[in-house]
Design a protein around this ligand. Structure first.
Ligand code: ZN
Length: 100
């Protein structure tokens, strides 16, 4: 059975994009639809859901945050690797007999 679609339907992509463009210029909402898609249940075009965009936005923020965390860890690893290399070189240097 086909589920009835409660979203605003558009007959084609250009109609949906026209409305999306209008919304982006006039809407005072914090979250404005960012895209359109062809619905598999009603075969009409819809604007992407507000909440879905919000979730997508949150996910993107999270990805950026995690990339920052990874970068910080990479920097720490570099510092530690440098310390390990220096630690390995130093005892060897100390073992060198002093020339007189
Ligand atoms: Zn639909």
């Amino acid at each position: 059975m086909c589920q009835p679609c409660k979203k605003t339907k558009f007959a084609n992509e250009s109609d949906a994009l026209f409305y999306l463009d209008k919304l982006n210029k006039t809407s005072k909402r914090r979250v404005i639809p960012q895209g359109v898609y062809l619905c598999e249940s009603c075969h009409c075009w819809h604007l992407t859901h507000w909440n879905m965009n919000d979730e997508l936005f949150k996910s993107k923020e999270e990805v950026l945050r995690l990339k920052q965390v990874i970068k910080q860890r990479d920097d720490t690893i570099k510092v530690l690797n440098k310390a390990i290399i220096e630690f390995r070189i130093q005892p060897a240097a100390r073992r060198k007999p002093k020339k007189r």
